[in-house]
Design a binder for this molecule. Structure first.
Ligand SMILES: CC(=O)SCCNC(=O)CCNC(=O)[C@H](O)C(C)(C)COP(=O)(O)OP(=O)(O)OC[C@H]1O[C@@H](n2cnc3c(N)ncnc32)[C@H](O)[C@@H]1OP(=O)(O)O
Ligand SMILES: CC(C)C(=O)C(=O)O
Length: 408
């Protein structure tokens, strides 16, 4: 059943359920984006935070890319205890051997080999026939199997690949020893309906499908990476590849925090769990911003400064009565805080509440006068702080006392 046709509280599919594994690729695909490179020390700090966050698989890097990336993967592999540590490799012996060496110290290791399967990539990038691509993948998977606890195979540009051919190469990958089959939307091209159909097709046609985990890896070129990942889950994918703050090639990867909180907040719809400790989402997002020097946009879902901030009077009034009026999850769930920001869109209810927190109890007439002055101030500046309010009240008190003194 296609999720696009669902009522909001219906279950997605009768055979869904269980646990979705979160494969974090912040330190590999995430850092491939211009401006997001991380050195070995930054990667280790992030890896430790991702372990606390509870990711199941942590892709630490691409060891063949550079000596520092090799060292980062090796150090993360030696240091971390809980997640499976993955390293990326092309279907080339040198890449696979280098990934195997970097992962030697890991408690649980995974070599992630990838090869393009779409007609465009086969012809223009690799210059290989369909059968040659299948043979190269099988040889690479067999080599990787001897060097790590498990092997994942990714069919690069899977979503623009002929479904029958994709099912065939995945079937050969299973025979060669891959236990995770990743069908990436490498260029962020598909829609939720299409990816749902592709995963449904693959689960029905790959030989040995019941023995392996299907994985999604979506890019955000058309802004659909999270929606597409969720559609893949609805179609039975049980691993989702994603990154903190949605960083990654071009417009980015699917955002980890958005996928996790969508599955969590809409659990009756998806009926799956993750192992993510959600209250670590906000601090992990901020750590990434710190180590990369790239700020999180204010309006970013889940972790942006505005994700739980309310400035509009009508919303603030609702929030003061019942937070569910304008928040679908609690900020505490993700390790953030609600803030009622005072600005030109705020109303008397929020102003009275803030003044009372600052120990000013005003009758309605006084509040009306102070409110008019507050609006004039708010028109001049973006937001009105507690210090601004204290100054405004002091000026108001001075004026009223002077007026009283003059009268007497
Ligand atoms: C969809 C993705 O995100 S894939 C991951 C992309 N990430 C990166 O590329 C980051 C790290 N990359 C690097 O540091 C470098 O590209 C390296 C070290 C891996 C390779 O560098 P170079 O050897 O100079 O090759 P270069 O990057 O210029 O070209 C890619 C080569 O890999 C080949 N190739 C590409 N993908 C694959 C693959 N999955 N399996 C085997 N070969 C591949 C290309 O055909 C090309 O081969 P050629 O040199 O024989 O023409
Ligand atoms: C290597 C693969 C998984 C990838 O990053 C992509 O296809 O986007």
């Amino acid at each position: 059943m296609n999720p696009a046709n669902q009522g909001s509280t219906d279950a997605v599919d009768s055979d869904v359920g269980g646990r979705v594994r979160i494969f974090d690729t912040t330190l590999r695909d995430g850092e491939q984006a211009p401006g997001f490179s991380m050195d070995r020390r930054a990667k280790l700090r992030m890896a430790q935070a991702l372990e606390e966050l509870g990711v199941d698989i942590l892709e630490a890097g691409f060891p063949q890319a550079s000596p520092d990336d090799f060292a980062a993967v090796a150090e993360i592999a030696r240091t971390l205890k809980t997640p499976t540590i993955a390293a990326l490799a092309r279907c080339q012996a040198a890449d696979i051997d280098s990934a195997g060496r970097a992962l030697e110290g890991a408690r649980h290791s995974r070599i992630h080999v990838f090869l393009s399967t779409s007609p465009l990539h086969r012809e223009h990038k690799l210059g290989k026939s369909k059968q040659e691509v299948i043979d190269i993948a099988a040889t690479a998977i067999q080599r990787a199997k001897a060097l790590a606890h498990e092997v994942e195979f990714s069919a690069e540009d899977a979503m623009r690949t002929e479904p029958e051919y994709l099912a065939e190469i995945f079937s050969v990958a299973v025979e060669a020893g891959a236990t995770t089959l990743n069908a990436p939307d490498t260029v962020g091209y598909v829609t939720p309906n299409e990816i749902f159909d592709m995963f449904t097709y693959l689960r029905a046609h790959v030989r040995g499908a019941d023995k392996v985990t299907f994985s999604s890896h979506c890019h955000d070129d058309l802004g659909m990476a999270v929606a597409n990942s969720l559609a893949a889950v609805a179609a039975g994918a049980r691993q989702v590849e994603c990154t903190i703050n949605g960083i990654g090639e071009r417009a980015g990867n699917a955002s980890l925090e958005e996928i996790v909180m969508a599955l969590h907040t809409r659990r009756p719809l998806f009926r799956v769990d993750t192992g993510i400790v959600t209250r670590h989402l906000f601090p992990t997002s901020r750590l990434l911003a710190e180590v990369t020097g790239q700020k999180v946009p204010r309006n970013k879902a889940i972790v942006g400064d505005n994700a739980f901030a309310h400035e509009s009077g009508i919303h603030q009034h609702g929030m003061l009565k019942h937070r569910g009026t304008y928040e679908i999850m609690t900020p505490q769930d993700v390790g953030a805080k609600t803030s009622l920001v005072l600005g030109k869109h705020s109303g008397k209810h929020a102003l009275r509440q803030r003044l009372s927190e600052l120990d000013y109890q005003l009758d309605d007439d006084t509040l009306a006068v102070v409110f008019d002055r507050f609006k004039v101030l708010a028109d001049r500046q973006r937001s009105v702080t507690n210090d601004d309010l204290v100054a405004l009240m002091a000026a108001y008190d001075d004026e009223t006392q002077t007026a009283t003194a003059v009268q007497s």
